[in-house]
Design a protein around this ligand. Structure first.
Ligand code: NAP
Length: 323
């Protein structure tokens, strides 16, 4: 019997490829990243399974070309790049990788938070550019303490609630907002308080975004929201770039409407060297590395392969979206 065909829009770990090769006829895209649309359109026509990444747009038109396609397994927890409703309609399984990347991403959110409030990367940039003149003065390179400050977590799911546990150890006060409140018991155990979205915006010293990118959250952080935030407040985003209006954020930082930002995700990645963020000192930029630890990325690869194995046989992936 002919082996089923699997296409990867980018390579994965050797151990994952080895397992895939045992069962399937696999092809890996090795050219430009993200894979050009016309190449993916060509490839999807003849495959049973697709392994993709969060920057690969898998929309309805593309799925319609995949007449044999049974599963889309994304190497990410975010699935805003896949038309889930259409996949469901076409009975194409969609697998994703939650849980295994929760700790790593919460760590990165925390790292960005400490970095920006204590101006670590800014100091690094000053030293490397040979501009370190003032030393140890009363007003030099002054940052903000974390202890006693209010951290507002927008999106209190896996990553948001894990960040809360880290922040608790730093003696921060934690407020959160979700569309659905978590149980009072869980709130008590975690020591967190549920507030409206408006209260979270106006009362937080630091806001960390952990909602998915949806039509509801698209461009949620814009000039109106920045005006409502404290002028001493910081914004952290490790969720998705499109949740923040980047032009409005640049202006808010330049005009000191808010104090600083730490970002791991951007509207279009990678950002160009002419992006307005490049010239703003009170912003820390990370190249979408939320889940980027050796251990986490390996776990993600294992789940991506497991999800594919199940979906290609018309079974429900271990972590499945849609159906
Ligand atoms: P999750 O467990 O599904 O949590 C998302 C939370 O957001 C839920 O608690 C949900 O609660 C809340 N939410 C959804 N829509 C909302 C809205 N309109 N207003 C307020 N709250 C809303 O997801 P997760 O695993 O924590 O991941 C969160 C996101 O992080 C992912 O979607 C992904 O895009 C991003 N991510 C990025 C990286 C990276 O590399 N930077 C790594 C991992 C994840 P309700 O349904 O009750 O509202």
């Amino acid at each position: 019997m002919q082996k089923k065909r699997v296409f990867l829009t980018r390579t994965l770990h050797e151990f994952a490829l080895k397992e895939l090769k045992k069962k399937y006829q696999i092809e890996i895209h090795t050219g430009k990243i993200p894979i050009p649309r016309n190449v993916l359109e060509r490839k999807i026509k003849n495959i049973d399974g697709l392994i993709c990444f969060p920057y690969d747009k898998i929309d309805s038109e593309l799925m319609d070309l995949g007449s044999n396609l049974k599963v889309i397994s994304t190497y990410s927890v975010g699935f805003d790049h896949i038309d889930i409703n259409h996949a469901k309609k076409k009975k194409i399984r969609v697998g994703f990788t939650p849980k295994v990347l929760t700790d790593a991403t919460a760590d990165l959110a925390f790292a960005l938070m400490i970095d920006v409030v204590r101006r670590v990367s800014e100091g690094d940039r000053i030293i490397r550019s040979g501009k370190w003149r003032q030393i140890y003065g009363a007003y030099d390179y002054i940052g903000m303490d974390l202890q006693g400050k209010t951290l507002g977590i927008l999106g209190f799911g896996r990553i948001g609630s894990t960040l809360a546990r880290r922040a608790k150890a730093f003696d921060m006060k934690i407020i959160y907002h979700n569309r659905n409140r978590i149980s009072k018991n869980k709130e008590k155990t975690l020591g967190v308080k549920y507030v409206s979205q408006n209260k979270l915006i106006t009362q937080s010293d630091i806001i960390s975004i952990h909602v998915p990118h949806t039509s509801e959250t698209d461009q949620m952080f814009n000039k109106e929201i920045f005006k409502k935030m404290k002028d001493s407040a910081f914004l952290i985003n490790t969720a998705r770039g499109k949740i923040v209006n980047e032009k409005d954020l640049s202006l808010a930082l330049e005009k000191k409407i808010i104090s600083g930002a730490g970002l791991d995700v951007f509207e279009f990645e990678p950002i160009s060297k002419n992006h307005p963020f490049m010239k703003i000192p009170n912003i820390v930029l990370a190249p979408h590395i939320g889940s980027s630890s050796k251990e986490t990325r390996e776990e993600m690869a294992k789940i991506t392969v497991k999800n594919l194995n199940l979906g290609i046989n018309r079974k429900k992936p271990i972590y499945s979206v849609g159906f």
